[in-house]
Design a protein around this ligand. Structure first.
Ligand code: ADP
Ligand code: MG
Length: 256
């Protein structure tokens, strides 16, 4: 279905909600809500552990089917997409970044970044060239031969960002991307995500850490499954004009 199309909106959830289980065992993880993810913007989805953030991000990332509402990609509903069409949309439209970087320990940084291209049909030389480019964007080209255990947490997360970028997906969805990192390292990762938004991508960051707020253009609070946009946060200042320091203690704390 084609609807009125705003090209700045990369992903949109319309009255998306989710219940897990049935009957007496049913758990309402997310009450129906509208969320838009726009190009050129960092959307921060903030809330305590268990509030429904990952559920919301997973629905928007097309890895979890909502029990209510629909997701639109570039203005087009995916409700009727086949499993194959959904797989292509996930591959081409969305890059995921997680708290745990999930790099394959036996592969180099370059090979890890190239993983999403393995089923692309591209020739090896092209896969390597694209993975190198992604590593360059995150400042990790000089570490291309290193395996994950030779890299710091922040460097591993940069490789994970490169892996999410390698398909040139317009949307980056990040679930607690700094929760395993110390403060300064987490701030560096957030600055990189912000630059990626400024280069035209759409970035959504799920977090329970309020210090991520200084990197937000827009903010959605999720509490007990209820998402609410923070209108006051509609036009955040650029991160570089802000002085909030992300200290090490809270960013080292992990959730779930
Ligand atoms: P957050 O990411 O904010 O910590 P989640 O979205 O993971 O929260 O979870 C929201 C609620 O939904 C929690 O009560 C959680 O236990 C429940 N939930 C999440 N995933 C499942 C699932 N697969 N089956 C049953 N309940 C789930
Ligand atoms: Mg979560």
């Amino acid at each position: 279905m084609l609807t009125t199309f705003d090209p700045s909106i990369a992903l949109e959830g319309r009255v998306i909600g989710r219940v897990f289980g049935r009957g007496d065992l049913a758990v309402r993880a997310l009450y129906p809500t509208d969320v838009t993810i726009r190009r050129g913007e960092v959307l921060v989805i903030m809330g305590p552990s268990g509030s429904g953030k990952t559920t919301l991000l997973s629905i928007l990332g097309l890895v979890l089917t909502p029990t209510e509402g629909e997701v639109l990609v570039d203005g087009r509903s995916v409700s009727r997409a086949t499993a194959d069409e959904m797989a292509v949309l996930r591959r081409d439209r969305v890059g995921f970044i997680f708290q745990q970087f999930n790099l394959l320990p036996s592969l180099s940084a370059l090979e890890n970044a190239a993983i999403p291209l393995l089923l692309s049909g591209l020739r090896r030389a092209e896969r390597i060239s694209r993975a190198m480019h992604a590593l360059e964007i995150v400042g990790m080209a000089d570490k291309r031969s290193a395996t994950p255990r030779l890299l710091s947490g922040g460097q591993q997360q940069r490789v994970a960002i490169a892996r999410a970028l390698v398909n040139d997906a317009p949307v980056l969805l990040c679930d607690e991307p700094t929760a395993s990192l110390d403060g300064a390292t987490g701030r560096g990762i957030l600055a990189t995500l912000r630059e990626l938004a400024q280069s035209g991508r759409a970035v959504a960051i799920v977090t329970h850490d309020e210090r991520v707020l200084s990197f937000a253009d827009r903010l959605v609070h999720v509490i007990d499954g209820r998402a609410q946009a923070d209108e006051a946060h509609g036009h955040a200042r650029p991160a570089e004009t802000q002085s909030d320091d992300i200290g090490s203690s809270q960013l080292q704390e992990t959730t779930l």
